[in-house]
Structure formats: C-alpha cells, structure tokens
Design a protein around this ligand. Structure first.
Ligand code: NAP
Length: 286
C-alpha cells in the first residue's frame, strides 16, 4: 500500500489528509495519507530518507518549504521562482520537488469564472510573499499584466529582480506604493489579495473598493475565514468573487495525480476532481 505524508510543524491542523484521503476513497485506491509533525532537528534526515521511511512522496508545509527546496535532487521550474517546494515525489531514488500553488490559483479562477482567460488581463496583486511569487509567475506565464503593491516595497522589488534573474520577462510587472492601492483599483480586471491580512487572528485589510470596476473579479487566497471582509465587501458591490479554498483544493491535484498515476491510469482517470462534495467536506474543518 502506497503511503504519502505532509511534513510540517505544526501540521496537525493540515487539511491535506482530508483532501487526499477523500480521493483515495473516491477512486477506490488502496493508500494512506498521513501527517508527520516534525521537529526542526529531525526534518532533513527524515526527508532525505523518506522512501526508506515507507513513503512514496510528500507535501511540505510551514516551516520546511524552503529547506525542502534546498534538499531535493531536482527542482521543477515553477519552484525556482519561489525558492520553496510543497509537493515532492521520487523518481529512480531521487527526490523531485515542485510548487503547485500557482497552478492551484489559476485553476481555481478558471474553473470558478466561466470563460475567464488571464491573457491581457490587468491584475492588481497585494503582497509579495511566497504565495505572491507563485501566483505572479503563473499568471504572467498566462499573459496577464501585474501591478504589484506590498507594505515593504523592497520585497516587491526583490521579487521582480529575482524573476528577471530567473529568465521571466518582467516588463509586465509594475510596482507601486502600498498606500496607492485603492487608487490603482480603477485599472484592475482582477484584484488578488495574497497577504495574510484578513486571516483569523490577523489585522483586517482596510479597504475602500469604490474605484474598482464593477466587472472586476476579486479573489482572496486567505480561506480562514472563507468569506473575508474583502470578499464580503466586493460581493456587496456586485463584483464576482472567488474564495481561497479552491486554490488549496486545486494545488493538491498534481501531487495526487503523480503519486497515484498508475492506480489512476488503471481506472481510466486522467485528472482527479475537485467536486462540491470534497469542498464541503473540507469546509467542515475550517
Ligand atoms: P508570507 O510569505 O509570509 O507573506 C506575507 C505577505 O503578507 C507579505 O507580502 C507581507 O508584507 C504581507 N503582510 C503581512 N502582514 C501585513 C500587514 N500588517 N500589512 C500589510 N501587509 C502585510 O506568506 P505567504 O506564504 O505568501 O502566505 C500569505 C497568505 O496566503 C497566508 O494567509 C496563507 O495562509 C495564504 N495562503 C493560501 C493558500 C491557498 O491555497 N489558498 C496558499 C498559500 C498561502 P511584507 O512583505 O511587508 O511583510
């Protein structure tokens, strides 16, 4: 029986076991997805020997995503823009690391808003942390233009410089002062909050959406709470909204599809489904 785990600290509140065990059950695959809460001093040894420990792959969560990036044998290109991996599998004894957050973000938007295409769209992105790196690299690749605002402007500038160094065409990233974000909204086709503002226990994103066009989409990658103040406010004005839970569900798909590719192929399944049933099961645990 194949076993997969999520490694982190803390990790016991991870929603990943609910997602992956749902798919194992749904597709009748014999397998197990477990939580491995690991102390810092034990992480590297366990991770490097994960196959010997009985696992065919893993997810990596806080605080080990960057460490895992350093340790893997092969880094998939999408992880290089972030310097962090969240999904790891084994090929010929070698650890392969990827980052599926950008993919999960785009899938969530494209599946939630029928006919939406990032090509030529103006995205206003708030935040320049790890999640922003994943999202910006993914939407630039799809042809979007990005106006980036971060409380610490130097971090936004570093993101842009790092992307240039990694060979991304960064002419379509425009950096603006954080204080300007409300004025800049008039240009947006999509507003993306990638900061932790609005998350339970964090400050709220203080906002005035009056300049935001009615047709613009508003999305928040925070999913605790599911309906952030930003989404509630946008919904009240009649903007289309996309919450952050879908990103979490879709970023899980590539890992499952790689770990269990033989089992899925034997069942004639190419892609696993982010169904309404899965979403409600995960929502129960938020
Ligand atoms: P991170 O690397 O720590 O970045 C945090 C970002 O939030 C930075 O841009 C930071 O700005 C900004 N920020 C924090 N406090 C702020 C404040 N008081 N005022 C203004 N800006 C503030 O974190 P991350 O990994 O990118 O994650 C960000 C959020 O996304 C978290 O809530 C995380 O749970 C969520 N997330 C969701 C998914 C999903 O699947 N839906 C995936 C990944 C992450 P500075 O640079 O100025 O500090």
């Amino acid at each position: 029986m194949k076993k997969i785990c999520v490694i982190g600290n803390p990790a016991k509140h991870s929603l990943s076991p609910i997602i992956h065990n749902y798919w194992l059950n749904k597709y009748g695959i014999e397998g197990k997805y477990e939580i491995k809460e690991m102390k810092n001093e034990n992480f590297a040894q366990f991770f490097l020997q994960i196959e010997k420990e009985g696992y065919s792959g893993c997810n990596i969560t806080i605080p080990y995503k960057e460490k895992a990036y350093e340790l893997v044998g092969v880094r998939k290109r999408e992880s290089e823009f972030i310097g962090a991996v969240n999904t790891v599998w084994i090929e010929k004894g070698q650890l392969i690391g990827s980052n599926t957050d950008g993919y999960g973000f785009c899938e969530n938007i494209e599946k939630s808003i029928q006919g939406f295409d990032f090509k030529g769209k103006k995205a206003v992105v708030l935040g320049a942390g790890g999640a922003a790196r994943a999202i910006i690299s993914a939407i630039l690749a799809k042809g979007a233009e990005v106006t980036l605002l971060n409380r610490t402007i130097e971090k936004a500038e570093k993101l842009k410089n790092d992307f240039t160094d990694k060979g991304i065409d960064t002419q379509k990233i425009l950096i603006k002062d954080w204080e300007q974000w409300e004025q800049i909204l008039s240009l947006a086709n999509i507003l993306i909050n990638t900061t932790s503002l609005g998350m339970s226990g964090q400050e709220e994103l203080k906002l005035d959406l009056k300049n935001l066009p009615q047709e613009a989409i508003v999305t928040d990658i925070v999913y605790r709470p599911l309906m952030t103040k930003l989404l509630l406010e946008a919904q009240k004005r009649g903007n289309k909204i996309v919450d952050g839970l879908g990103m979490l569900l879709h970023q899980a798909r590539p890992g499952f599809e790689i770990w269990f590719q033989e089992e899925l192929k034997a069942r004639g399944i190419k892609n696993v489904e982010v169904s309404k049933e899965l979403r409600s099961k995960v929502e129960e645990h938020l």
